[in-house]
Ligand binder design. Structure first.
Ligand code: FCB
Length: 443
């Protein structure tokens, strides 16, 4: 372990990640508008147990305590997202000063604590008022997003230099518009294709706005890339895996960085593309953000929108507490693939492990499964770095147990435990482990 740690490059960034809807709560306070996730939570069957983000971790009121927790960990950076409906309640037009003030206070508190803010503009909580106008399936949404990006750049660009246009493009487009596991829960091939293209246009417009308005901005986008493996090796499963690989791994990275859509999508998306669009999308970024947990096993599923579905990992695969496969080699390989294909510095913006951790009678939260997962995934990252992957930072998902989308509060990914009755925070054993890793890496 010592050898591996000593070879982290100088300036390597250690961080933790969260997102607005998953932690803030205060969904009806200080003028915030509704997001598509507020609506999703109130839709029958939208979220396990009927859980909602109404209170979540109550971070909106407990932000100073949460920043103090981060300071205690010794992290260099905190990646958070701005809630678009908190700062622009109807998604366009009037701005909400009380909402803007909240992020001012957060950013100032982080800087006072020696923690660099990494601001993500979009982590899935589209204002519902924009969904009512068609959401991402409407081309205008790219322009609404650019105006929102400009608002944030103007307001925070004096203090925030690290900017992220979007988190996990393929998750919110695929699960929002084709397989209904996320808001807005639409199932429609054409709307899915339009959403892909319009989100790509929004990304390009966002990069331009940030480049123009924030001197010295370092801009990236976050992609969830995971190798797609056929559940069993049949021609049908191979075809399913190939199309899912395009929708999951390629339809955002390729146009944004290489300037073209992958082959099957290029043909299908053409009716939605206008002259000059690819130049609008492929704007230079400074780094590649990778969120990674494990590989995907795909199978043919003719009942699903695109004929593919999620399969099972081989029966003997190790899994973590929420059933996701543990395959550190796939993480190493993904980092190397990204390096070869996109030739950008890489930041691992999410990696972590879910479970159902509880507070023990000794008052501590023992999570050896998470420490084990983080240890072997960090070792895989070091292997990739030794083989040439230019990895500049690593962020654990997540600082806090939080609202895990369709799974509600049942899946805990935090290195800090949250009691959702009392909202008390208890750093888990993995928080101590992470603090020690950071300390040793910097020694
Ligand atoms: C990622 C999301 C994040 C969280 C983790 C577990 O896909 O970006 O919000 O849900 O998974």
């Amino acid at each position: 372990m010592t050898d591996r740690i000593s070879s982290y490059p100088p300036g390597f960034t250690w961080g933790v990640s969260t997102s607005a809807y998953q932690i803030e709560g205060a969904t009806a306070e200080d003028g915030r508008g509704a997001s598509i996730w507020d609506v999703r939570c109130r839709t029958q069957g939208g979220v396990v147990n009927g859980d909602t983000g109404d209170i979540a971790c109550d971070h909106y009121h407990r932000m100073p305590e949460d920043v103090a927790l981060m300071k205690g960990l010794g992290v260099d950076a905190y990646r958070f997202s701005v809630s678009w409906p908190r700062v622009m309640p109807r998604g366009k037009g009037a701005v909400n000063d009380a909402g803007l003030d909240f992020y001012d206070r957060l950013i100032d508190r982080l800087l006072e604590s020696g923690i660099e803010p990494w601001l993500c503009l979009y982590h899935w909580d589209l204002p519902q008022a924009l969904q009512d106008l068609g959401g991402w399936a409407a081309r205008d949404c790219a322009g609404w997003y650019a105006d929102y990006a400009a608002l944030c750049a103007r307001r925070y660009g004096d203090r925030v230099k690290r900017w992220i246009t979007f988190n996990e493009f393929s998750v919110f487009t695929l699960f929002g518009y084709a397989i209904p596991w996320a808001a807005p829960g639409i199932v429609d091939r054409a709307q899915h294709l339009r959403a892909i293209h319009h989100v790509n246009l929004a990304h390009g417009a966002g990069v331009d706005v940030l480049r123009d308005m924030v001197p010295g901005a370092s801009i990236g986008a976050i992609h969830n890339r995971q190798v797609v493996i056929p559940e069993t090796d049949t021609p049908e499963n191979r075809a399913a895996a190939a199309l899912l690989d395009e929708h999951w791994n390629l339809v955002f990275c390729d146009p944004q960085i290489l300037g073209h859509y992958p082959p099957q999508t290029a043909a299908a998306i053409e009716p939605h593309v206008q002259p000059g669009d690819m130049a609008r999308i492929a704007r230079p970024v400074d780094w590649f953000g990778l969120n990674h947990y494990g590989p995907i096993f795909a199978k043919a599923d003719p009942a699903r929108t695109w004929g593919y579905g999620w399969g099972d990992a081989p029966p003997d695969s190790p899994t973590h507490g929420v059933g996701w496969a543990i395959f550190p080699d796939a993480f190493r390989d993904e980092l190397l693939t990204i390096q070869r294909r996109y030739r950008l510095p890489i930041v691992v913006t999410e990696n972590g492990c879910g479970g159902s951790d509880t507070v023990s009678p000794d008052g501590r939260v023992h999570d050896p499964h998470r420490i084990n997962y983080l240890t072997i995934y960090n070792a895989a990252m070091r292997d990739a770095m030794a083989q040439g992957a230019d990895v500049r930072g690593y962020f654990v998902w997540s600082l806090l147990d939080n609202f895990e989308w369709g799974s509600g509060y049942g899946q805990r990914f935090g290195i800090v435990h949250v009691d959702f009755q009392t909202l008390a925070r208890t750093p888990k054993d993995s928080a101590r482990w992470y603090a020690e890793l950071i300390r040793a890496a910097k020694a």
